[in-house]
Design a protein around this ligand. Sequence first.
Ligand SMILES: O=P(O)(O)OC[C@H]1O[C@](O)(COP(=O)(O)O)[C@@H](O)[C@@H]1O
Ligand SMILES: [Mg+2]
Ligand SMILES: [Mg+2]
Length: 335
Amino acid sequence: MFKKNQTLGEFIIENQMSFKYSSGELSTLFNSIRLAAKVVNHEVNKAGLVDIIGNVGEVNIQGENQQKLDVYANEKFIQTLINRNIVCGIASEEEDDFIAINSLDENHQNKYIVLIDPLDGSSNIDVNVSVGTIFSIYRRVTPVGTPVTLEDFLQKGNQQVAAGYVVYGTSTMLVYTTGDGVNGFTLNPAIGSFYLSHPNMQFPESGSIYSVNEGNYIHFPQGIKNYIKYCQREEEDRPYTSRYIGSLVSDFHRNMIKGGIYLYPKSSLNSNGKLRLLYECNPMAFIAEQANGKASDGFTRILDIQPTELHQRVPFICGSKNMVTKAEEFMREAQ
Ligand SMILES: O=P(O)(O)OC[C@H]1O[C@](O)(COP(=O)(O)O)[C@@H](O)[C@@H]1O
Ligand SMILES: [Mg+2]
Ligand SMILES: [Mg+2]
């Protein structure tokens, strides 16, 4: 039974037993993420006042200019996870390679690995538009007691044990799943605690919002063009409303609450789209499915895609079940 305004800490402890691998480790891991989210939130809220605006003049492995807040958030999440000695490996959008973490005791007992997009929606940092953090958690597949390998990170999304995001918007929320539904917690900045504000979040099966960067329209596959025209046609419950923030976390969050679809398709500019499978698409797809939504690359369920590289990109269609199914129909018909 959900107790509205229960703190995140209380909720984690209370629901620990419903978690398949419950041993308290995952709770400690969540508490680390909660702490890092508060630290980053503090900086995000001051963006513009403190020297956290603009880029650091470095380019990350994606070929993107790293924003100061990308680097700050990356450092805070990685350091907090290492300090808590709770994970055996971390991969991040802002790190070329994965980080193998030897546990303080010789035996490398830690079982969890974390993949993270420390700051999602980087292009919105300097213009005071909501941004986020995305995380995905797996149990390692290589034997405990040995350093992690790439194999531990290239697991299919359907092997995730938990996933979530933080949205730094009009309020700061942490939304996550451990495979038993999706719950959202809002930070009370005065008290510094997250409170259960959105229990059992569910995507409406249908919606009337579509989120896509229409500036790329001419480069999209015909199926996507046809679906966008379908969204805009004056018939039945359409035209839908176009809403695109340019921060995946924020567009996803709005669509989960109101009903809608987010699309970042492949195009003649990006043959695999833009979004990264391991720390953007897999975690958002796990949350979507746990909230009665759906996520695919237009043909294949995102969570069934076998990863081959740490920073690989995939086309991404995600949101209200009936809307994603419709978009897939247009993709198949246009093949
Ligand atoms: O500006 P575009 O091409 O529409 O891309 C926007 C998309 O790229 C992203 O910013 C990519 O994420 P990062 O900011 O973490 O690199 C998504 O959040 C967003 O949905
Ligand atoms: Mg991102
Ligand atoms: Mg990012």
